[in-house]
Design a protein. Structure first.
Length: 168
């Protein structure tokens, strides 16, 4: 019986060693690889490690513009009556510059590399939005060590609180 146990433990350690080594490689390569995208789907991910991967990846890079930022620009254009003249002029100049940039981009003939880069930017904008949503959603369930409570643990806490409310 003990022999089988030790053999099983040996194989478990043997097969887990490459995983540990791969995780060590990932942590040193966060700047070049958006590992945080896969981390969001991993139920056993360490929350703080995912935040580090995200921050390291975007260190020194410009994050993609999200829809909210574009909507704010359009809303500012529609509500420019509430601004001072200097603020309105500055806002209008920013909008005009943005529109000029869009026109320049639309006049260019895009190469296949440009199209791939544009698709990559759109994908990264989507993933950034997903990451920010994931971060907000799981934050209440993050433990001090960075572990995120699983669904079963969350339900247990919920049920305990419901029982406490019934008692009061």
């Amino acid at each position: 019986m003990y022999r089988i146990f030790y053999v099983l433990m040996f194989f478990k350690l043997l097969f887990n060693a490459p995983t540990v080594q791969a995780q060590a490689l990932k942590s040193s390569d966060y700047q070049n690889n958006p590992a945080w995208v896969q981390m969001m789907s991993d139920p056993n991910v360490n929350y703080f490690e995912a935040l580090k991967a995200y921050d390291d990846y975007w260190l020194g890079k410009e994050q993609p513009e999200e829809e909210e930022e574009q909507m704010e620009m359009m809303a500012a254009r529609n509500h420019s009556g509430k601004m001072t003249d200097a603020e309105r002029k500055k806002q209008e100049e920013e909008i005009r510059e943005h529109e000029r940039e869009l026109k320049r981009e639309s006049k260019k003939k895009l190469t296949e590399d440009d199209l791939l880069q544009l698709e990559w930017k759109r994908e990264m904008a989507y993933q950034c939005k997903r990451f920010k949503d994931w971060k907000t959603t799981v934050k209440p369930f993050v433990q001090n060590d960075g572990r995120i409570l699983n669904e079963e643990e969350r339900m247990k806490i919920y049920n305990q609180r419901q029982e406490e409310l019934k008692k009061n």
